[in-house]
Design a protein around this ligand. Structure first.
Ligand code: 4GP
Length: 806
């Protein structure tokens, strides 16, 4: 994509600094250099972006649109440099200039347009789609504020707004000419035409403009540039009243503008209030309506064909149920604006849409009150109602055995609209994100739908882009891998399997270990700079980084730390491999118990880290403000990857894949993709413990288990819980009552105590295994070798061949 060498790149930066910032290489700030580099990349990208679009138009290629409320893309500077083949040249140039490359790249604010796995998956998918050369685009919202910025004050999480756009975002291009109008509210009128058909019109709707901002998605070394289109909500020109400050209406009008801009204001408005919920619904409709209008416009631009042909050239993947209003919105446009009858419109819609489910947690399965949709989207409600009527009737006539289940299957029941049901009924494909997750969908959560539509259900085990999560974040390891197996693995990640030939190669294992030590030093340096805590880089770096949620069981990890602390206090000479426990996690702002766990980690850290008896044997650190960039620092240094969710709860997990790819050994339950990792690497290269999904589901079916009996029977457990309840950690006795009560009196809904014993024993095995470094490095190499299976390139190829048919 470029003809730069270090000398000409140097000149290019110099030129940009002069022309854009009126400064010199010597005097420029890191930020000015960052913007100059970004601008050089954009200059390279723009013509390729144009050409990619031209090619799609000329070849009439089938395109996939990935609609998602979240794209957790993090920083783009390094991955863009890497994908256009400039990363090494840029690093060298910066070093020659006496600048630290990481300091320059850090100038980019993480685009935190997502919350966790689902959003990061969307970002990995875009990278793989472009790198494999497919025509595929993301469509999301350009939230002015991303996921909150986390600060920890006296151990408590405090949320600050994440105003990531306060400075220019160099990757985006505003496309005002492609803005579309989105309408909310109003009343619907039906008029019968002479031929008996219905004409629908709307009155008194509120209009909002959806203005696209395009971010390029660069394929790796292939000159392909796809698009991530992020929509921003603005005042519709028709509504711009042009009032002056002396007008009575002026302030009212300002409020109105503010309420419109709120639609793309925040990721996750607080949905504990009616207004918050309604705003989230508005966001969903805003995204869906803008995207579909855009898709139709693109189709018209590229083809001289009726819309009924769209499914031949277009497929729309909806990322979880958040964009499932796509079903009625497509129906609305096809019928009310394009004149199709119901049957034809339904055929087109259900051949265009495919749905991915990411969770079976009941609180995450979206339901909207009928009244809210009726008010906000009256025409869509009419359509959903009709879809539901037809669907229920179809069950009644074609599946008599399900007649008594109709109320469970219905899209509308008890005054609620079940978005997952709508998505399943309105799509041609429904997929889970790991084998076990898909099995749970088919055999339990969505069993009756599976009976109705067995062919729709399929599995697509998640993946992660190895270009970012190995090549970019761990250049040391990546280069050592290339030294032994050659560079092909970057294009064909399954070739990492060739590393299996080196699992007994002592020099290779030694270099792997050196890389791990190097990454541990870098992380230790960061921790020291951030918190003044010195890490022992000879200790095991044991990492749990992910959203804070009860089902992910950070609490069990903390209980284990408290247990180890007790053991060491009782027996200071105990033979233990030193450990550093590393956490990073954000808790949803209104999730009290999750925030309590964050506080507990901090209190435990302060006791353990400051106890002179413990010396360097145990350390606990919690790194603030978990985001993509922080994950990039931690993952290369991880040696134990904690994937300890209550079995059946974690749909897949993707952190497990990132860490195995960097040579960490998984300590995990038989949940999500851990099972597939185990199947690939074999029992000897992973530490598995705990209840199986089947056992967990069986307990749930029988009302849970008796947590108190474990408390009374296991002295280790009793001691830890009594400490929790007795003010040992924290300044007052009542500090962690709620955590204690949840386990003891709400019957430990996530089986922390039940799995605690096996978890402790597994960690004892890890402790012993680590002492044989040769063996440990062999396990690490085996994990890396098999991690190619978890590249999102593999996942995308499966989507392409089974669902998208690009
Ligand atoms: C997550 C799941 O919890 C995680 O297991 C999975 O790996 C990830 O999606 C990607 O499929 N779900 C969410 C969510 O992030 O918001 O439901």
């Amino acid at each position: 994509m470029h003809n730069y060498d270090p000398a000409s790149f140097h000149t290019a930066i110099e030129g940009k600094l002069k022309r854009k910032h009126r400064t010199t290489l010597e005097e420029a700030t890191d930020k000015e250099i960052y913007y100059s580099i970004a601008s050089i990349i954009q200059d390279l990208v723009m013509p390729k972006w144009f050409e990619t679009n031209q090619e799609i138009q000329q070849n009439k290629s089938k395109q996939v649109y990935y609609i998602s409320m979240e794209f957790l893309i993090g920083r783009l500077i390094e991955s863009n440099l890497q994908n256009c083949g400039l990363l090494d040249i840029c690093n060298q140039t910066l070093l020659d200039l006496g600048r630290r490359p990481e300091r320059i790249y850090e100038q980019e604010h993480d685009a935190a347009l997502g919350n966790g796995g689902l959003g990061r998956l969307a970002a990995c998918f875009l990278d793989s789609i472009a790198s494999l050369g497919y025509a595929g685009h993301g469509s999301g919202i350009r939230y002015r504020y991303g996921l909150f910025e986390q600060r920890i004050i006296h151990g408590n999480q405090v949320e600050l707004p994440d105003y990531w756009l306060k400075e220019e975002y160099p990757w985006e291009t505003r496309k005002p000419d492609e803005a579309v109008e989105i309408r909310f509210g109003g009343t619907v009128h039906e008029h019968k035409r002479r031929d008996g058909s219905l004409e629908i019109s709307y009155e008194n709707t509120d209009s909002v403009m959806a203005v696209p901002y395009d971010v390029p998605v660069l394929g790796y070394h292939n000159e392909v540039v796809n698009t991530l289109r992020l929509w921003s909500a603005e005042l519709s020109p028709a509504e711009n009243k042009g009032l002056s400050a002396s007008d009575q209406q002026y302030y009212h009008h300002l409020d109105h503008i503010h309420s419109i801009e709120q639609i793309s204001g925040f990721l996750y408005p607080d949905d504990s209030t009616f207004e918050g919920k309604e705003l989230r619904l508005k966001q969903q409709y805003f995204l869906v309506s803008a995207t579909i209008k855009n898709i139709i416009a693109n189709f018209r631009r590229n083809h001289d064909l009726p819309l009924s042909m769209m499914p031949e050239y277009t497929v729309i993947q909806i990322n979880d149920t958040h964009p499932s209003l796509a079903v009625p919105e497509l129906m609305r446009i096809l019928m009310d604006e394009e004149g199709y009858g119901w049957e034809k419109a339904w055929q087109i819609t259900t051949n265009l849409l495919a749905y991915t489910n990411h969770t079976t947690l009941s609180e995450a399965l979206e339901k909207w009150p009928v009244s809210m949709i009726q008010n906000l989207l009256p025409r869509l409600y009419m359509i959903i109602h009709e879809i539901n009527e037809r669907f229920c009737e179809q069950i009644y006539t074609t599946h008599p055995e399900l007649r008594d289940k109709i109320h469970e299957l219905a899209i509308i029941s008890y005054e609620q609209i079940h978005m997952a049901h709508l998505a399943i009924v309105g799509s041609f494909s429904v997929n889970g994100v790991a084998k076990i997750h898909t099995e749970i969908l088919k055999n339990k959560e969505m069993k009756n739908f599976y009976t109705l539509y067995p062919k729709k259900f399929n599995n697509k085990t998640n993946g992660i882009t190895h270009r970012r999560w190995l090549q970019q974040v761990n250049p040391c390891l990546a280069s050592k891998i290339t030294d032994v197996i050659g560079p092909r693995w970057v294009h064909e990640p399954h070739k990492l399997m060739n590393l299996l030939r080196y699992t007994n190669d002592a020099p290779f294992l030694e270099t792997m270990k050196d890389c791990k030590q190097h990454s541990k030093h870098l992380l230790a340096k960061y921790v020291y700079e951030q918190q003044g805590v010195k890490l022992n880089t000879d200790s095991i770096f044991d990492v749990q980084i992910k959203r804070l949620h009860e089902y992910k069981r950070q609490l069990m990890n903390v209980f284990h730390i408290i247990y180890l602390y007790n053991e060491l206090k009782d027996n200071p000479n105990m033979d233990i491999t030193p450990r550093t426990f590393i956490f990073a996690a954000k808790a949803a702002p209104s999730y009290h118990l999750a925030k309590e766990v964050i506080k507990l980690i901090h209190h435990v850290a302060s006791v353990v880290n400051n106890d002179p008896d413990i010396k360097d044997k145990l350390k606990v650190v919690f790194l603030e403000n978990y985001n993509v960039s922080l994950a990039e620092k931690i993952i290369p240094a991880a040696e134990v990857s904690e994937q300890i969710s209550t079995a059946s709860k974690e749909a897949s997990g993707t952190g497990n894949m990132k860490m195995m790819m960097n040579g960490a050994i998984t300590c995990g339950t038989l949940d999500g993709a851990n099972i597939e990792i185990r199947d690939f690497v074999g029992d000897d290269n992973i530490f598995i413990f705990g209840l199986t999904a089947e056992q967990v589901l069986d307990y749930y079916a029988h009302g849970g288990y008796d947590a108190k009996s474990i408390y009374h029977a296991d002295v280790r457990v009793k001691r830890v819980l009594d400490q929790l309840n007795g003010g040992v950690f924290g300044s007052q006795e009542i500090e962690f009552k709620d955590l204690f009560y949840n386990i003891m009196y709400h019957n430990d809904p996530f089986f922390v105590l039940k799995d605690f014993g096996p978890y402790v024993e597994t960690h004892e095995m890890i402790d012993r295994a680590y002492r044989d470094q040769n063996h440990w490095q062999r396990m690490a190499a085996t994990n890396i070798a098999h991690s190619g299976k978890f590249s999102s390139d593999r996942t995308i190829m499966e989507y392409v061949s089974d669902i998208w048919k690009l």
